[in-house]
Design a protein around this ligand. Sequence first.
Ligand SMILES: O=C(O)CCC(=O)C(=O)O
Ligand SMILES: [Fe+2]
Length: 282
Amino acid sequence: MNVQTIDYRSATAGGQLVQSLRDTGFAVLSHHPLPDDLLQRLYRQWSAFFRSEDKHRYLMRPTRHSDNTVGFVPADVSETAVGHPLRDLKEFYHVFPEELLPPALAPDTLDYLDRAFALGVEMLDWLQANAPTAVLAALPDRLSSLLSKEVSLLRVLHYPPLVGPDTSVAVRAAAHEDINLLTLLPVAEQPGLQVRDRRGRWLDVNGNRGELIINAGDMLCEATDGYFPSTTHRVVNPSAAADNVSRYAIPYFMAPRLDTVLSDRYTAGSYLSERLQALNRQ
Ligand SMILES: O=C(O)CCC(=O)C(=O)O
Ligand SMILES: [Fe+2]
């Protein structure tokens, strides 16, 4: 399996994106418009946040627009991937527009969120223009018109350096699929992200700094009757002592309005509720 790197500026980028998502569920986008200096500021500001005790003042609470939570999620209540016995080794912060957010972090974080949303709209328009009409015909609207900024989630993840005895079983992020339509994830400064190919082998996602990983989520898979597969991925623990440092990642999970009918079985709302219950079962 070969996750394609696609140059955002290429005239055929849309077709390449469809092909790569079809083949692997993932793509890497180079030369995209999300500014690297903005991303670097986010890493700096959020690493300071996770180091400070202030984070406990922003403990997670229900969001206004979905069953999700907004705010800081400490490692001891973190998610447990379906089929995995232990919680992931991560703490994170859920950002939604106009909801709980430390004021010092708001300007750059919300600027990034707006830009990521605009790029996500463009990516879905690329899929719309390049996927077979029949695949998208059952959807109630154009893919990008289904998006909801209120339901879409910017997650800032901190995977602390590993300590303690049970790290051989617990992992930074156990194997899972994303719930949403499309995920935009800047290539992290530290390695660890892997995807599973059709034969069950785990492969590193080889993106370079400054590039953007794009992957299809389960809602896109459901809404296209499997045309766009949502590929299983994970974040493995550092293997060498020298790599045992904090890792940060900032995925943007783009989701449709909750009343969107995805299939005969699900609306986006019923799908999201079912999946969140499974993740937060412990
Ligand atoms: O940390 C990463 O690189 C990916 C995180 C991820 O897959 C997720 O939060 O769904
Ligand atoms: Fe994920």
